[in-house]
Design a protein around this ligand. Sequence first.
Ligand SMILES: C[S@@+](CC[C@H](N)C(=O)[O-])C[C@H]1O[C@@H](n2cnc3c(N)ncnc32)[C@H](O)[C@@H]1O
Ligand code: SF4
Length: 477
Amino acid sequence: MLKFKLREPIGSSTYPMPGEAVDLTKTLKGLQESPTPHRDFGTIYLHVPFCDQICSFCGFNKQVSTSDVKSAYVAAVHKEIETYAAMPHVRQIQFRAVYIGGGTPNSLTKDQLSGIVKALRNNFNLSPDCEVTTEGTPQNFTEEMNASLLEAGINRISTGVQTFNTEIRKEHLHMNHTREELLGFIEVIRKSFPNFNLDLIYNLPLQTDDIWKDDIKTALGLGSKHLSVLPLVLLENTIFYSDYIVKGKYAPPDQDNEIHLFNHTVEALRASPFTDHYSMRDWAQPGYECRYITTNAKCGQILALGAGAHGYLAGQTYRNIRSTQRYIQSMKDAGLPLEAQRFATRSEEMQRFMVMGLRLNTFDTSAFNAMFNVSIDEVFGEKLQVLVDSGYLARNGATFHHTDSGLIWGNNLRTYFEEQKACTVGYADTRGAGSTGKEHYSAITRIKASGDVEANIIDILPEAKSPADTAEEIASV
Ligand SMILES: C[S@@+](CC[C@H](N)C(=O)[O-])C[C@H]1O[C@@H](n2cnc3c(N)ncnc32)[C@H](O)[C@@H]1O
Ligand code: SF4
């Protein structure tokens, strides 16, 4: 039996982590070549690192900035788009989803944001039914902004609520608006966009059972088609990090309470129109799964644009320069704004298949054989069997389903397949904390780092191999 001590709250958004110095000659060579048939589809992620105000919990790559810096950034993004659009490899990828994330993309002007969307549409091969999402704060999706975004081709919105509770929002999250104002902003979004997502966070300080139940109940009635429900993650360089860890202002987030709130969420949403619990933290009404998530889970390529964005292109995972100023400068100079990269080995590609695929609660592994010319059972059979025997996954031929316990520990199941132990971050553009990515959580006995998978496993019966043994076998495949 395999048991995990500490719940992994995020899960890797990319694998393997790009930690190597950039070899631009090798990168450019790869970008001149055609993708293999299994790599001819993908998504685009574009990062906008600006916000109007900074929320206490948020560790994403973001800053409050001037209109001059924003204009220079938008110009740099256009140049990056044009640079990639000239690459044969990129020209042949069909993109099934675009995700403009932040930061707060709608802290740009409507013309700046719409101009970026149009440039993406004009320069890349987007599928006819391409999902084009932008994130943004509820208050900035004004009628004028929405009209402009619709005209440019945005067809999905994702916006951060976190909680509807006015006191928690204002006094603890540094979010300016009351519940009533928030409901008004969401109504403006609903009138323009049939397809929108709300983000909620559970296990926030002072968020009682009743407050969380009210958050879920309220979110269900607002016309969204999708809910992303995330546990609070303490990230370095946030106000919360200093509130919790340095000042001890709040009791450490409690894992049992986190699981309790998660179980309540699963139960409440099962009895709602959001019956499609397709990824551990995402619920959709039927037909409204986020295609950006499902395409990435199938190991499509990811063209990442903008400061700090993480991508997966032409056999490499890569990270763009994180600093906004240095990103802008690098786009004035020749070349690509890469900060780090890693050309994945064949076994890392296989591990990526597992890490990305297990984001989905129904994981169809049938593509593995065609991609790698070897059966999944030959490579990962024993580890998968451990997860089935331990009650996390149920198997039906090539398809694996998370059990109720698998839903709770879903991100741990993903890290179980990561051989690369260091510096795995969960959010594509989040500042990793500590030398192993998330190790600071252990300081408040809350979480272990992805880089410490074995230490997080508390019970393996003798017949199951240790992850270390199995990892060596994978490496030799
Ligand atoms: C990058 S933010 C962009 C959303 C947009 N700026 C807004 O505020 O509406 C995307 C989402 O990440 C989630 N998030 C950010 N930091 C988090 C944390 N520390 N723990 C859990 N979720 C977090 C929030 O739910 C947030 O809405
Ligand atoms: S949650 Fe959104 S608005 Fe708040 S700091 Fe993060 S990116 Fe900015």
